[in-house]
Design a protein around this ligand. Sequence first.
Ligand code: 3AM
Length: 169
Amino acid sequence: MRLFLALVPPPALRRRFGELADTAHAHCRGRRVPDDNLHLTLAFLGEQPAQRVEQLANWLSSMRIVPGQWRLDRWGHFAGPGIVWIGGEPESPLVQLQQSLREELEAIGIASQPRRFTPHVTLLRRAEQPPGPSLPDVAEDWSYTRAALVLSEPTDQGSRYTPLAWTRA
Ligand code: 3AM
């Protein structure tokens, strides 16, 4: 089973990210991420055997993360896969959060990606254009308290993401 750890935006913020995805799509084209899939990846765990999933769900459900606020204030682009994203300061507390989760995962024998972390919310894949100056400014604040273990499954309409477990509030 293909798994990752993520922050999942609350519904109002998810809708706002969806509006930004629409705006980005009008400028950059490509494949817009559906609202239900908008998230911030903290750690990609890759394929894990089914019997590992319960262990991971228990592990995450017993954990608390340090709550924080993330200011999203910029557009970004990963040129290779044509990803257009929104994000914020590279030196955010999310970097410590990602690092501590990586270390905790290593302690239970799971290597996660990425090693170098650029906190971002992917809005478009395979974009034809990078984000340009005509895009409006981004100014969103995300208060997060919990992380999720998410299952990623391929479907005819693209990936479907299902949260399997959450850290404690
Ligand atoms: O949507 P974002 O960019 O946050 O790109 C994939 C997505 O990230 C990433 O994991 C998230 C959920 O699928 N991903 C997929 N394969 C990956 C890999 N081999 C990967 N990240 C790192 N290494």
